[in-house]
Design a protein around this ligand. Structure first.
Ligand code: G6P
Length: 610
């Protein structure tokens, strides 16, 4: 949510900042801006996307070798020129970019207005820049002024600040919003995420909460809030920018859908040996001893990740026989959950930075729980703070709507439940071998589904005029249907609702009329007859039914108007296969309706505010 970048060195800063922001647009894209120091601070910003900023910059001829930039996802105040970052003080000598939310900004704003400060925007961020100016009156250095301002702020922030009076430094501060420092030769960088740095350096520091970075051309100094120097290891990024290019596909989303067989192959090759009866999850430290004391598992996540967690919950209960609950992270921490040292928490997240999920992780750790993070982004805050990490290894996911990371999250849920099931002796060798062989077939089975892309595209085009769509399923199919409906909402902007199939008749069926569209998910063979009965109920009321079913299911053909078949597999793994047609269906509906698939309206990929 909001992307920030900063550069200090000998090169022209503007193109470096703009290139960096391009890779961070997934974090927000309603306005953007850059501030460059060159004897004075020049500011260019604009409402709209980065391409609008580039157009505006085209006429500005901004020169300078130090600067900061921002791409925004509005929280306080509409997307507009005045609300766009960087924000500056009235003397126009300090510029600042911010990612996060200042919770006490109203009190601070009132206090500063009383002291005579003039606000030009509706943002919480502008408060900080005036607060620094005010703090300068009672402090000796610019750093002290920033620290004094930070001590007054409640909430989350990643800040990049430059000052006319402090022309050789960018100062960056982090509290609960991600910030990475890129270490170059004779130049240094700040960014909200690694892709913004990769063209220039692979050496990075991850700033932790309440840490400050002072960037000069030749050096980076890390401090805590008491100005004690912090020493940390340089992290070397090993993955490539190619992974973040479109490679000939029309959209990142389509490319990422097509990457799934390869991602699955890579992940499974690392975790499963086709002759072994154990899963290779060496990096996971959980063992039998620890599991003996676990009496409850909380799976906590947001958005798409929460639907993967929903699958994890079902599997842990069914396969490992441990009581498990899935909690939406934004609700979890306000529920006064019962957590102690006998609790296992599994947080699931693509970014590893989602504010609510991170808060749940911290809450659990404070109460003594053991936390496993199933995350994609290497070195992310969740990965660093959890007791155990299982990396998803999906590679960078750029499209806002998650596809390959979701599949990788499902695989993580499969692997964790199998591992726990094995440790607890609930899965015997024969059952394991059956599961292992089924897992290894997944990549080829996904390829088989992707080969039906044209058929799914036609089906989507046939339904371009639908106004809403219901998704139903039972058990694991219900979990899958939640993700199917979310994809439609996210990128096609259509009302899509998912219900447990049996629940339809307790209310929602009143909405079914001639022409209503329903997607029935039939991956779970043992529940198939029951879901078919529910499909018949809506058919009888005029609905048009699309079914996603396993190959060999002839029965469904007689009831549904259209059937998309996916290869049959082990019951635990069907969620992954039935979801691939859901992804393509949503993608082609969105394309058919002419929407910006990769950057859907109002959304951001990484939600680092509550
Ligand atoms: C945002 C994204 C979703 C994602 C959710 C959780 O809403 O748009 O695609 O599922 O955040 O993100 P995480 O990074 O924690 O998986």
């Amino acid at each position: 949510m909001c992307g920030i970048v900063g550069y200090i060195g000998d090169r022209e800063a503007t193109p470096i900042l703009v290139e960096g922001l391009k890779t961070l647009e997934y974090r927000g894209y309603d306005s953007a801006g850059v501030a460059i120091y060159n004897d004075k601070i020049d500011l260019v910003k604009t409402k709209g996307r980065l391409k609008d900023l580039v157009k505006t910059l085209g006429d500005s001829n901004m020169k300078g070798t130090m600067g900061i930039g921002h791409t925004r996802w509005a929280t306080h105040g509409e997307p507009s020129y005045l609300n766009a970052h960087p924000h500056m003080n009235s003397d126009v000598d300090i510029a600042l970019v911010h990612n996060g939310i200042i919770e006490n900004y109203i009190e601070l704003r009132e206090e500063l207005i009383e002291k005579g400060y003039k606000f030009v925007s509706e943002t919480d961020t502008e408060t900080i820049v005036h607060l620094i100016t005010e703090s300068e009156k009672t402090t000796d250095t610019f750093l002290d002024a920033i620290l004094a301002a930070a001590s007054r702020i409640d909430g989350s922030y990643a800040l990049g600040v430059i000052s006319h009076k402090n022309p050789d430094e960018i100062i960056a501060v982090r509290k609960e919003s991600p910030l990475v420092i890129g270490i170059g030769e004779g130049e240094n960088f700040i960014a909200s995420d690694i892709p913004a740095l990769l063209k220039h350096t692979r050496n990075v520091y991850f700033l932790e909460d309440n840490e400050i970075a002072i960037l000069r051309k030749e050096s980076v100094k890390l401090l805590d809030m008491d100005k004690n120097e912090v020493k940390k290891e340089i992290f070397r990024v090993t993955w490539d920018m190619d992974a973040a290019e479109k490679a000939g596909f029309n959209h990142f989303m389509l490319k990422e859908i097509h990457e799934q067989p390869r991602v699955m192959r890579d992940v499974l090759a690392q975790r499963i040996d086709e002759t072994s009866t154990e899963i290779k999850l060496d990096q996971l430290k959980i063992d039998k001893e620890l599991l003996k004391r676990v009496n409850k598992v909380y799976l906590v996540a947001c958005g798409t990740a929460s639907y993967a967690a929903e699958v994890g919950k079902e599997l842990l209960q069914k396969v490992a026989r441990i009581p498990a609950v899935m909690e939406t992270a934004s609700e979890f921490r306000y529920k006064d959950p019962i957590i102690d040292e006998n609790t296992l928490m599994i947080v699931v997240s693509q970014s590893g930075e989602t504010a609510d999920t991170l808060a749940a992780l911290r809450m659990a750790k404070k109460s003594g729980a053991y936390v496993i993070a199933a995350v994609n982004v290497v070195g992310s805050t969740m990965a660093r703070e959890a007791d155990d990490v299982l990396y998803l290894c999906a590679g960078p996911e750029i499209a806002v709507a998650s596809t390959k990371a979701y599949s990788a999250q499902l695989v993580a849920m499969y692997l964790i439940s199998i591992k726990i099931g094995r440790l607890l002796g609930k899965i015997n060798d024969t059952e394991f071998i059956e599961l292992r062989d089924a897992l290894l077939k997944l990549p080829t089975q996904i390829e088989k589904i992707l080969a039906r892309e044209e058929e799914i595209k036609m089906l989507a085009y046939k339904h371009l005029d639908m106004k809403n769509i219901f998704y139903i399923g039972r058990g694991l199919d219900y979990a899958a249907s939640l993700e199917g409906a979310l994809k439609i909402k996210e990128i096609a902007y259509l009302h899509a609702e998912s219900y447990p199939a049996g629940e339809l008749k307790h209310g929602p069926i009143a909405l079914i009329e001639n022409g209503s569209v329903l997607m029935g998910i039939l991956g779970q063979e043992y529940l198939m007859e029951k879901t078919i009965s529910n499909i018949k109920e809506v058919k009888a009321r005029g609905a048009e039914v699309i079914a996603i079913a396993l190959e060999g299911n002839e029965k469904v053909k007689k009831i549904a108007d259209d059937v998309i078949y996916v290869p049959a597999t082990h019951w635990m793994l069907t969620t992954l296969l039935v979801n691939i047609p859901q992804q393509l269906f949503a993608y082609y509906i969105a394309c058919g309706l002419g929407h910006d698939v990769d950057k859907p309206r109002n959304l951001a990929k990484s939600v680092t505010v509550e």
